[in-house]
Design a protein around this ligand. Sequence first.
Ligand code: PLP
Length: 494
Amino acid sequence: MVESNELIFEVSQPGRVGSSLPVSDVDKVDIHEKFPEHLIRDTPAELPEVSELQLVRHYTALSNKNHGIDNGFYPLGSCTMKYNPKINEDVARFEGFSRIHPYQPGETVQGALQLLYELQEELAEITGMDAVTLQPSAGAQGEWTGLMMVRAYHEQKGETRTKVLVPDSAHGTNPATATVAGYKAVTIPSNKDGLVDLEELKKHVDSDTAALMLTNPNTLGLFEKEIVEIANVVHEAGGLLYYDGANANAILGKTTPGKMGFDIVHLNLHKTFTTPHGGGGPGAGPVGVKEKLIPYLPIPRIEKANGTYVLNSNYPLSIGRVKGYYGNFGILVRAYTYIRTMGPDGLRQVSESAVLHANYLRKKLEPYFEAPYSQICKHEFVLSGSRQKKLGVRTLDMAKRLLDFGYHPPTIYFPLNVEECMMIEPTETESKETMDAFADVMAQISKEVEENPDMVLSAPHTTVIGRLDEVQAARQPVLRYKKEESAEKELVKA
Ligand SMILES: *Cc1c(COP(=O)(O)O)cnc(C)c1O
């Protein structure tokens, strides 16, 4: 008998095929005439030989082993994993949206262009910006698009600025983007309350500062109360303010980056606006800007003229196109559907519930874990596993133990300024029962750390694969099927 959670990878049988193609009615060509010799194989590729049904079962079994928001709680801080309403999927599959081509003449896809135009308008209102581009296909690409506009803006004024300031609690993409965009990323330390240290900021802001990149509420889930003052300091030196709005759950309908003094914003539609994410995409990272940056927006821009929607590339100062076609259209349809089904009141309720849930769960967990910042939080909060570390169990071990209970662990070891960090975001879509059950399991794990640490140190116990050698997996990934000794088999053995 095979254990039910064991995956059998090697089911290949010589000669078995999973396809039945019709007899070819085109003439055979001599492959040696068409291709250079060094590209031609001597022997056929060693692919698994399986029937179609075996193939389907293999991938279905794999997908069932996957954890996703549709089969369990996923409290991943800073990466908002919330429910994706299924109506979004229905609408994205409408023929008028799914069976069109980006090279069709504009007059034949007016509905699609109208949707893009209206989504731009809605996102501008939600963020308090004057115009929006939908092109960038991820948050990180939105950041890069934003900084390219910052550069264009300063160059147009005859200025060359070299520094981008980033708080130490920032998401890793922020300093990475600043570097890729050709700036020097300068870290601003947080103060003891987990907020931007205004005095430190003042020391670093000068005529060389291109921008400050900030998330508010920040990745500790805390609202930067001095944001207006922070904005003034940067603006007075001629710098711009960039808002990382990947997770905007806490501010929807309550305030806007525009009101806080920001000049540029990106949103992750694949976090805040419910389109699915994980596994590398596809995503969408629209960018909104204030009036003074409109000339630099990517082209083509979607505009409305005399009741028709048109694509306009006539912007000589534009930074150009940042993505093929007009963005990840299917994702944009899902976000549009979400915004229209929620309406302004629904979106406001999102932020109220997201904040309430985070504080409820924070309070339930505080008896068991160190809380470095125990003031009221916004949509997420951080705890530290420092108490458990003293007993020889690390946050990573507790994260692995959570898998045994069917939960995806929270974000761990980020932000970097908190020791043994756990960053938890329950989101507005979870029920009280789910949060209570999660809190009970976390309490149980903290008890195990004291009474039976081996149970936690050797977790997970119920998954197909136990602890991976993550360093080796990253350095020597095995990405190719090899007959007999498939990579996965080796991992199972290990
Ligand atoms: C997820 C995230 C990003 C990056 O978004 P991607 O779409 O993964 O590129 C940037 N900033 C914050 C705060 C995030 O949570």
